[in-house]
Design a protein around this ligand. Structure first.
Ligand SMILES: C[S@@+](CC[C@H](N)C(=O)[O-])C[C@H]1O[C@@H](n2cnc3c(N)ncnc32)[C@H](O)[C@@H]1O
Length: 270
């Protein structure tokens, strides 16, 4: 719990309006009686699962992560050559990435100027200071380091911060790359909720955007190979062509960028 509290501790007092999550009652209604039935959920104190990244995590120190994130990272970071982590804090996670991804360039950014002490160009760990919602700053980071294939947002954890960084960085991610937003649990805690729409809500919009082409079709004939009504081209939001898939875990959303611009789907009926 101490780890969790620290991980999400805001650095400055909030002065703007906050928006409590009000969807619990509706969620229970929509789940229906079987899925909404109250059951116990217990804390576990057994030994953590053994894994390559877990062993690095145990010995590195100065990191804020929930333990169940580790296998999610293992799955998502496989092909990382250039990684950007938003949120450096005490620098431990940069050390963890350095060990886990020995050949990758590791870049961290943070709003707190104290993090410059973790800049270590000789070991290909780079730290830059700026606000994750400042797109001019993000642009300067991309200009300096080039395109990232992995972005991990472990920054300020408000929906405004998460969404603004994603809107700017995801379209600039390397094709085939991965964008990870962690601690989305903070979306349910009022002090972190700086706007009515959470990152979870935004994720649902991304899922809608993945289906944007269907919004403009009226029948399956528009997709059917060889059919006279087949649609050959249409205007869709960029998101529809670059989001390959979205994975939602407990407190972590992983959005995979497609390797190539996605074509319209095609139907075949034999
Ligand atoms: C949870 S800590 C990062 C922990 C680190 N990634 C780790 O795993 O050890 C969050 C960090 O985000 C930074 N932060 C908060 N708001 C930010 C913003 N608007 N832009 C960039 N960084 C921000 C904080 O200064 C803090 O160091």
């Amino acid at each position: 719990m101490a780890l969790f509290r620290l991980a999400l501790q805001p650095k400055a007092p909030f002065i703007t309006r906050r928006y409590p999550f009000r969807g619990r009652r509706r969620m229970l209604e929509v789940l229906g009686p079987d899925l909404a039935r109250p059951v116990g959920m217990r804390a576990e104190d057994g030994p953590p699962e053994d894994s390559a990244i877990g062993r690095i995590f145990e010995t590195t120190g100065d990191i804020h992560k929930l333990r169940h994130y580790l296998p999610i990272y293992e799955q998502a970071l496989g092909h990382t050559e250039r990684m950007l982590e938003i949120g450096v804090d005490r620098g431990g996670s940069l050390q963890m990435w350095r060990q886990y991804l020995p050949d990758a360039t590791i870049v961290g950014l943070d709003i707190n100027p104290k993090v410059t002490q973790y800049d270590d160009a000789a070991r290909d760990i780079h730290v830059r200071v700026g606000d994750q919602t400042d797109t001019a700053f993000l642009s300067s980071v991309l200009e300096e380091f080039g395109t990232f294939d992995t972005v991990l947002d472990d920054g300020g954890h408000t929906p405004h911060q998460m969404i603004t960084s994603f809107q700017y960085l995801f379209p600039r991610l390397k094709p085939g790359g991965v964008y990870i937003v962690e601690d989305v649990c903070a979306n349910y805690w009022t002090p972190y909720r700086d706007q009515p729409e959470s990152f979870i809500d935004f994720t649902k919009w991304l899922m809608d955007a993945m289906h944007a082409h269907y919004m403009q079709m009226k029948s399956v004939f528009h997709l059917m190979e060889g059919h006279p009504k087949r649609v050959r081209e249409m205007q869709v939001p960029l998101a529809a062509t670059i989001i390959d898939r979205i994975e939602v875990f407990d407190s972590v959303v992983v959005v995979h960028r497609a390797k190539d611009s996605k074509p319209l789907p095609r139907a075949s009926f034999s």
